[in-house]
Design a protein around this ligand. Structure first.
Ligand code: NAD
Length: 360
C-alpha cells in the first residue's frame, strides 16, 4: 500500500528522533511491500527562524493533504532562545496548537505500558508493578472546561471567576466512537470515566457512551467515577485497557498514567480527527539539554510511528512488528542513557534506531 507522510522534525532532539522513526518505517515498507512517501516541513523555532512564524499556511496545507503526520518536538529554552522574546501566539509551541486546530483533531491517545525490564523505574509497589499494565487513555481534546466561556469580574463587590463546562451529544458521540474503534483493535474493554454523581455533562456522557456501545456488542463497557479512577491507576493499573474520558479528566489521568511507567523517553501519543488522518508524536518535549548529542531515546517516536501504522493506515500486523522489535531490544538489555541501568548495554540514538529497525 502507499501512504504520504508529513514529517515535522521540529527543534531540539526532534530531528534525531524523527530520523530514527523514519528508519524503522522504511524497514517496515521494505519488509511488507509498502511505499511511504515523505514530505518534510518546518514547525516551531526552526520555522520562526526561516519564516518568522511557528507554522506556515503551506506547512499546514502539506500536513492536511497527507495521510498522517509524524512530529518530533518543538521548543527551546526560555531566556536562551530568542523565540521566547516573541508574544505567546508567535512562539514555537503556538505551532502545536495551530496544527492540532488546523487538522481538526479531537481525540488524544496516550498509551501507558510497563516493560517488565523497566519496572525498576515504576514508582508503584513491587507487587503492583509485577502485574504490569498496558492501557491507552482516549481523551476528548477540543471541548469541556478548557474551551468553555470564561470570565473574571466583580460580582457584588467580590472578584469572581467563572469557567464553563459544556459538552453536546455530538462531541461525546464522536470521541466515544473513536474509543470503541480503538478497543476493537485491543482487548475490547472500555472504562468510561466521568463524575456523573455531580455533573450534568457526565450524565450526558454516560447516556451517549451507552448508546454508542450498542453498535459494538463485543466491547465490554464500564463506567467509573474520576476520583475512583485516579486511585485505581495506582492501586491496580492492570485492570485498564481503554480509558475513555473528557478533556480535563483526561489531561490529569494521562499524566498520572505516564508517571507510573517511569520513563518519559518511551511514551508515544497520537491525536486523531474524524477521518484517518492523525498527528503522531512522542509525549516528551524537545529536550534542548541533550539536542545534537546522539543521546536521546528515540523509542517514544518509534512507538508513535507504530500507532500511525495502526490507526491511520490500518496496518496492525506491521504495528505489532514494530512494538515487538522495541520489546526485543529492551529485553536484550540495550538502553539509551535516560533508561540506563547497571549491567545493561548503553547505546546512542542512532544505534537504538538501527537495532529496532533490524528486528522489525
Ligand atoms: P522535555 O520533555 O523536553 O525534557 C524533560 C527532561 O527529559 C529533560 O531532561 C530531557 O533531556 C529529558 N528527555 C525528554 N525526552 C527525552 C528523550 N527522548 N530521551 C532522553 N531524555 C529525554 O521537557 P521540557 O524540558 O519541559 O521542555 C523542553 C522544551 O520542549 C520546551 O521548549 C517545551 O516547551 C518543549 N515541549 C514541547 C513539546 C512538544 O513539542 N509536544 C512537549 C513538551 C515540551
Amino acid at each position: 500500500m502507499e501512504f504520504n507522510v508529513t514529517l515535522i522534525p521540529g527543534d531540539g532532539i526532534g530531528p534525531e528522533i524523527v530520523r530514527e522513526a523514519r528508519k524503522v518505517l522504511d524497514r517496515v515498507a521494505e519488509k511488507y511491500g509498502h511505499r511511504f512517501t515523505y514530505k518534510e516541513v518546518l514547525m516551531g523555532g526552526c520555522s520562526i527562524d526561516a519564516y518568522g512564524v511557528p507554522l506556515t499556511e503551506e506547512a499546514l496545507a502539506t500536513a492536511k493533504a497527507s495521510d498522517a503526520v509524524l512530529l518530533g518536538a518543538v521548543g527551546g529554552r526560555v531566556g536562551v532562545d530568542s523565540w521566547y522574546e516573541l508574544p505567546p501566539n508567535k512562539r514555537p509551541e503556538a505551532g502545536l496548537l495551530a496544527i492540532r486546530k488546523g487538522l481538526e483533531l479531537f481525540a488524544n491517545l496516550r498509551p501507558a505500558y510497563l516493560y517488565s525490564e523497566l519496572k525498576g523505574a515504576c514508582p508503584l509497589k513491587e507487587e503492583v508493578a509485577d502485574k504490569g499494565f498496558d492501557m491507552i487513555i482516549v481523551r476528548e481534546l477540543t471541548g469541556g472546561l478548557y474551551f468553555g466561556e470564561r470570565s473574571t469580574k466583580e460580582v457584588d463587590g467580590v472578584v469572581t471567576a467563572v469557567d464553563t463546562l459544556k459538552y453536546d451529544e455530538n462531541e461525546i458521540r464522536r470521541i466515544a466512537i473513536k474509543a470503541f474503534e480503538i478497543a476493537m483493535k485491543r482487548n475490547k474493554h472500555i472504562i468510561s470515566v466521568d463524575k456523573a454523581n455531580v455533573l450534568d455533562t457526565s450524565r450526558l456522557w454516560r447516556k451517549i457512551v451507552a448508546e454508542v456501545s450498542k453498535d459494538y456488542p463485543e466491547v465490554k463497557v464500564e463506567d467509573m467515577l474520576v476520583d475512583n479512577c485516579a486511585m485505581q491507576l495506582v492501586k491496580n493499573p492492570a485492570q485498564f485497557d481503554v480509558v475513555l474520558t473528557e478533556n480535563m479528566f483526561g489531561d490529569i489521568l494521562s499524566d498520572e498514567a505516564s508517571m507510573i511507567t517511569g520513563s518519559i523517553g518511551m511514551l508515544s501519543s497520537a491525536s486523531l480527527g474524524a477521518g484517518k488522518l492523525g498527528l503522531y508524536e512522542p509525549s516528551h518535549g524537545a529536550a534542548p539539554d541533550i539536542a545534537g548529542q546522539d543521546k536521546a531515546n528515540p523509542i517514544a517516536t518509534i512507538l508513535s510511528a507504530a500507532m500511525m501504522l495502526r490507526y491511520s493506515f490500518d496496518l496492525d500486523k506491521e504495528a505489532d512488528a514494530v512494538e515487538a522489535a522495541v520489546k526485543s531490544v529492551i529485553a536484550d538489555g540495550y538502553r539509551t542513557v535516560d533508561i540506563m541501568a547497571e549491567g545493561m548495554k548503553q547505546v546512542s540514538t542512532t544505534q537504538m534506531g538501527d537495532l529496532i529497525a533490524e528486528r522489525v
